[in-house]
Design a protein around this ligand. Structure first.
Ligand SMILES: [Zn+2]
Length: 624
C-alpha cells in the first residue's frame, strides 16, 4: 500500500455521481454459484514465507529480489494452469519506469556583457542544481525576476486571479522565481495559491509564458531561506519541457546585483499577495545555465495470467473479471516512504503483510477458482511499482493488454495478512451500486465481520482501475505498527486469516463472473479537497499518523521523540480533530492544514484522548 495519497495521479474534483446504468437487483443477479471447494492443502504460508524472505531483500521495483519474486509468481501461475493474457505477452508484461535521476554537474555562469567586461564568471556550483523534471541542456539569456512564478486560475475559468507573468515579458528569457507562495497572504488566498505552487506547476507556467529556463530560489522571508532544493526522486520525473534548476541565496544575490534591488525587498513587496506587484528584469547581462541531468530508466514486469471461462463468453457483456495484488515493496526502505525507526534504517523491509499477503491471496484464489465453473475469464495480475506510485497498474490501464471496457470488475488485495478480531475491510463499495449488498450476502463465515467502505480512491492499485471506470473492490485487514517497517515480517502474518479472506472474496468473484449483467460503474470523486501535487510539506510537527485508520480525525500511531507533537503533550492513540482552526477528518485534511500554518507560530490543537476532548498548543518547525 502506498504511504501517501499525494503520490497518486491528481484526481479530479466534483460531486458524487452515480452511474445510471441498468442494474439488476443484486440478490437476483449475483446469487447463484459458489466456487467449487478445492480442499488441497493451503500453500499460503509457503507463498508468504518465500516472498517475504530476507533473500528477496524487500522486493524493490527493478531489483533482483523483485525479479526473483516475479519468477516465483510466474512459476505458481503456470503450476495452477493459468495461461498468459492474450495480446502476445508471456506471463511477464513489461513496462518502463524512471529508476533514478542524477545531477551530473549542473552549472550557472555570468556571461560578459561587452569587451570591457570581465570574462565569464562561474557561480558557486554547490549553490545550483537541476530539478528532477528539468530538460537537459544549455540556455543563455538575460534573467527576469518573476516573483513567485505563480499562476492561479479563476475558479470559474477565464483568466487568472493571480498571475506572476501578467504584463511581464519573459519570452526567451531565464526567469528567477521564489519558492512557495507569498508568505503573508490570508488563509483563503493561501489555499488557492498552494494548489498551484508545486515546482512542476511553476515550471509549466514559465514555459507557457515563453521562458527558456526557470531558476527557483527559497527567498529570505521563507522557511529554509537560501537553501538549494535537494534533487528529489519523483516518480513522474519525465521532462517538463524547460530547463529547471534551483539556486542558493548567494547565486540569487549575484543575479540581483544589476537590478539595484535586493531580493529581500522584492520578496517583501510580494508577500502581501497584491496581484499588481510585478516582477522586473535583472539587467541585460546574459546568464548561462547548463542543466546536466541523467534520467535512468529501467524495465520491470507485471506478472499476469488467466483462467478461461468454462462456458462460451462470446455473447457475455464484459467477459473478464480481474484479481490483483502488488508484489513489490520498499527494498531497504529508500525513497522516502519507509517508516523505519531509529536502529531500523536501511534494514530489509520484508513487506510480508504489504504485500506478500495479497500476492498469496491472489494465488490462493486462482487455486480455488481453477476447478470451479467460471462464467467469465478470470485474470490474475501481480503488480510491480506500486510503492513507487502505482506504476505497474497505471502502465497496465494506460496500455491495457485487454480492453478495459471488457473487464466487469477488478478485485484488489493489499495487506490482507493481519486479520485482527475477525474484521475485514471491503473498500471501494461506492464504485458500483451492486457492491454493498453483494459484499454482505457473500459472507458465509459466521465469525467474519465485514466492514464495507465506500471510497474507491485508495492508495493502492485499485485506484488505477477506478480512474479507468472499472468497478473495484479492495480487501484490507487494516494497518498496524509494523507498516512500512523492517518488522513487517512473515511470522507476523496470519495465513489462516488470508485463506478466510480468499474464501470470502472468491465467492464474490464467482458471483460476478457468473452474473448475466456486469456490475454498473459508479463514479465517486475523492472526498478530500482537490489539489495537485504540492511542493512538499514545509512544516514538521512530529506526528506519526496511522495512515490506514478509519477513525474520524487524525489518529496518531505515535509521535517523534523531541518533536513538536511530543512537546505539545500528544501521544500515540490521540485523535487530532482540529488544528489551527481547521477541522480534521483524515490524514489528507491534516496535510492540507499544514499548508496553512507557519513555522514557529503556535497553533491550537483539539484532540481526543480516551474519548475526552482536550486542547493543547503545538508549535510547528520548518522542515529541513
Ligand atoms: Zn506499502
Amino acid at each position: 500500500m502506498l504511504r501517501s495519497r499525494a503520490m497518486l495521479n491528481p484526481l479530479r474534483r466534483g460531486a458524487l455521481i452515480v452511474a445510471l446504468g441498468l442494474l439488476l437487483r443484486p440478490d437476483a443477479a449475483f446469487a447463484q454459484a459458489q466456487p467449487a471447494a478445492a480442499p488441497a492443502p493451503s500453500r499460503t504460508r509457503a507463498h508468504v514465507d518465500t516472498l517475504a524472505s530476507p533473500k528477496l531483500e524487500g522486493r524493490l521495483t527493478g531489483s533482483p529480489g523483485a525479479d526473483a519474486a516475479a519468477a516465483y509468481i510466474e512459476a505458481e501461475l503456470k503450476r495452477i494452469g493459468a495461461r498468459p493474457l492474450p495480446g502476445g505477452f508471456g506471463f511477464r508484461v513489461p513496462f518502463t519506469f524512471t529508476a533514478g535521476v542524477k545531477d551530473e554537474g549542473t552549472s550557472i555562469a555570468l556571461v560578459p556583457v561587452d569587451a570591457t567586461d570581465k570574462g565569464q564568471v562561474w557561480l558557486d556550483s554547490s549553490e545550483v542544481g537541476a530539478l528532477s523534471f528539468s530538460e537537459t541542456g544549455e540556455v543563455t539569456a538575460p534573467v527576469v525576476f518573476a516573483g513567485y512564478g505563480l499562476r492561479v486560475p479563476a475558479e470559474n475559468g477565464g483568466g487568472f486571479v493571480y498571475d506572476s507573468y501578467a504584463g511581464l515579458d519573459v519570452k526567451d528569457k531565464i526567469v528567477l522565481v521564489l519558492r512557495y507562495v507569498p508568505e503573508k497572504v490570508e488563509r483563503e488566498q493561501r489555499e488557492q495559491m498552494v494548489r498551484y505552487s508545486a515546482l512542476r506547476f511553476k515550471a509549466l507556467a514559465a514555459r507557457q509564458a515563453g521562458a527558456k529556463a526557470i531558476l527557483v530560489v527559497t527567498g529570505p522571508t521563507s522557511a529554509g531561506s537560501g537553501q538549494v532544493i535537494p534533487l528529489s526522486f519523483d516518480t513522474a520525473s519525465a521532462g517538463s519541457g524547460i530547463v529547471a534548476a534551483t539556486v542558493g541565496g548567494s547565486v540569487a544575490d549575484a543575479l540581483f546585483t544589476a537590478s539595484g534591488k535586493s531580493i529581500r525587498e522584492a520578496q517583501e513587496a510580494l508577500d502581501g499577495g497584491n496581484p499588481h506587484v510585478a516582477g522586473f528584469p535583472l539587467g541585460t547581462r546574459q546568464i548561462r545555465v547548463n542543466a546536466k541531468l541523467r534520467r535512468e530508466t529501467a524495465t520491470t514486469d507485471n506478472v499476469a495470467g488467466y483462467l478461461p471461462a468454462t462456458r462460451d463468453v462470446s455473447g457475455v457483456a464484459k467477459p473478464w473479471v480481474m484479481l490483483g495484488a502488488h508484489y513489490d515493496h520498499l527494498g531497504h526502505g529508500g525513497r522516502g516512504s519507509s517508516l523505519a525507526r531509529a536502529g531500523e534504517v536501511n534494514l530489509v523491509h520484508p513487506g510480508a503483510d504489504d504485500n506478500a499477503s495479497g500476492v498469496a491471496a491472489v494465488l490462493a484464489a486462482a487455486e480455488r477458482l481453477k476447478n470451479g465453473p467460471r462464467g467469465r475469464n478470470v485474470a490474475f495480475v501481480l503488480w510491480s511499482g506500486e510503492e513507487a506510485g502505482l506504476l505497474g497498474s497505471s502502465a497496465f490501464t494506460a496500455k491495457p493488454p485487454l480492453p478495459l471496457d471488457q473487464i466487469a470488475a477488478y478485485f484488489n488485495f493489499d495487506m490482507v495478512g493481519r486479520l485482527k478480531d475477525n474484521a475485514l475491510q471491503v473498500q471501494g463499495a461506492g464504485s458500483s451500486p451492486a457492491w454493498s449488498a453483494l459484499a454482505t450476502s457473500a459472507n458465509s463465515d459466521p465469525t467474519l465481520k465485514i466492514a464495507v467502505q465506500n471510497d474507491p480512491n485508495l492508495p493502492t492499485d485499485s485506484s488505477s482501475f477506478n480512474q479507468a471506470g472499472v468497478p473495484t473492490l479492495s480487501f484490507f485487514t487494516g494497518s498496524h505498527e509494523d507498516y512500512h517497517r523492517p518488522t513487517d515480517t512473515a511470522d507476523r502474518v496470519d495465513t489462516d486469516g488470508i485463506d478466510r479472506v480468499v474464501r470470502y472474496a472468491t465467492t464474490i468473484v464467482s458471483r460476478v463472473a457468473d452474473a448475466a449483467e456486469p456490475p454498473a460503474f459508479a463514479k465517486v470523486e475523492p472526498q478530500t479537497r482537490g489539489r495537485g501535487a504540492r511542493d512538499g510539506i514545509r512544516l514538521y510537527t512530529g506526528t506519526i499518523p496511522d495512515y490506514a485508520s478509519e477513525t474520524k480525525g487524525l489518529l496518531l500511531g505515535g509521535v517523534s521523540a523531541g518533536g513538536p507533537a511530543e512537546q505539545a503533550g500528544l501521544m500515540k492513540g490521540d485523535i487530532i480533530v482540529e488544528i489551527a482552526g481547521q477541522s480534521i477528518a483524515n490524514v489528507y485534511d491534516y496535510t492540507y492544514a499544514l499548508d496553512l500554518m507557519k513555522a514557529d507560530e503556535p497553533v491550537k490543537v483539539l484532540y481526543l484522548r480516551n474519548s475526552e476532548k482536550r486542547e493543547t498548543t503545538l508549535t510547528p518547525r520548518a522542515r529541513r
